[in-house]
Design a protein around this ligand. Structure first.
Ligand SMILES: Nc1ncnc2c1ncn2[C@@H]1O[C@H](COP(=O)(O)OP(=O)(O)OP(=O)(O)O)[C@@H](O)[C@H]1O
Ligand SMILES: [Mg+2]
Length: 314
């Protein structure tokens, strides 16, 4: 069976100095059996070390952000020919610089979000609104890319969806990460659908209803929205349906594609921060369908942390 690959998270960025000592093995006084106290101490040491590394990563990413956006701004000015005409070769070089700059900006943004999620610095900001507007905005931003690659992207606003409180920028981020994957992994000529519909999420209902009652409620009392992104790409084998949401996870054979394996992990945490859940269904060779649920009633505002949310999706 193929083995999964995870990128290695490089520590020590952003001014982190000498490598920290590896915590001593958690052995008990009899020399063999680790005591609960030792295990707990070791866990806390590792956790603190991980937090420091994540903070360093976040501050390095933050320091890179401003100079990079200045560089990108100058490249854009040059490319617009406001400072003088360009020949074809110069235009081509600047176009490459522009797309590399954007890619780097996206990486940095991913690290910042990851670091904020890890350290609990990201809070949800729910505002009453129409989710259709949020979905069509993300579609609009992606439509040119899809067209250029020869991919069809379909989205039809669903007027059955009520207005409810949600965090629009974070929801856009989740959908954008899913569309980015569909775009990246679906070969030209393929099709991608973005779809949203009202949904009755049983676990969210106050009492467990009977099957007949549930069927009736499904139609009349939805308590959440279900958003799906489906594609006609290579799909994902069943044994990786949980792992794809882990940090730095990439399927074997997809390492040549750009990316760090963070997009789905970030999406998972954001969805969980909204009180929802995310999953994938797929038949390899036929495509895949990523779906997530967001309840109409948001969870009380609390920081979204990796530690708090890890594994809850499962
Ligand atoms: N639509 C898809 N079709 C096929 N494989 C997918 C799809 N979406 C995700 N995957 C697999 O899951 C892995 C993890 O996805 P994820 O979005 O977390 O990372 P990435 O796209 O590789 O990098 P990043 O999102 O950080 O740029 C991908 O590398 C790919 O192997
Ligand atoms: Mg991705």
């Amino acid at each position: 069976m193929a083995t999964a690959h995870k990128n290695t998270c490089v520590s020590g960025a952003g001014g982190a100095s000498a490598p920290e000592p590896t915590p001593r093995p958690a052995r008990g006084s009899d020399g063999d059996v680790p005591s609960p106290e030792n295990l707990l101490r070791e866990y806390n040491e590792l956790r603190a070390r991980f937090q420091r590394t994540t903070n360093a990563l976040g501050s390095a990413a933050h320091d890179l952000k401003t100079p990079l956006s200045i560089l990108n701004g100058y490249v854009e000015v040059l490319h617009s020919e406001k400072l003088g005409p360009l020949n074809d070769r110069q235009r081509e070089v600047l176009r490459d610089m522009q797309s590399s700059g954007k890619r780097l900006q996206q990486f940095i943004q991913d690290f910042l979000t990851y670091s904020a999620l890890e350290t609990g610095g990201l809070r949800m900001q729910f505002e009453h609104g129409n989710i259709n507007e949020c979905l069509s905005e993300v579609c609009r931003l992606w439509s040119n890319h899809f067209q250029e690659k020869g991919l069809a992207l379909y989205f039809l606003a669903n007027d059955k969806l009520p207005a409810f409180p949600f965090d629009s920028p974070k929801l856009e981020r989740v959908i954008s990460n899913l569309l980015e994957n569909a775009f990246k992994f679906t070969p030209p000529g393929g099709t991608v659908w973005l779809h949203a519909e009202p949904h009755m999420w049983d676990r969210r209902a106050a009492a467990v209803p009977s099957t007949a009652e549930r069927r009736r409620q499904n139609l009349s009392h939805p308590n959440s929205v279900k958003v799906s992104v489906s594609d006609t790409g290579p799909g994902i084998p069943a044994e990786f349906h949980l792992e794809v949401f882990d940090d730095f996870f990439r399927l074997p054979g997809t390492e040549s594609q750009e990316g760090m394996g963070l997009g789905l992990a970030i999406a998972r945490r954001l969805v969980q921060g909204m009180g929802g859940k995310i999953w994938v269904e797929s038949d390899p060779g036929v495509g895949c369908k990523f779906s997530f649920l967001v309840p109409y009633k948001p969870v009380p505002d609390k920081p979204v942390t990796a530690a708090a949310s890890k594994g809850k999706n499962r």
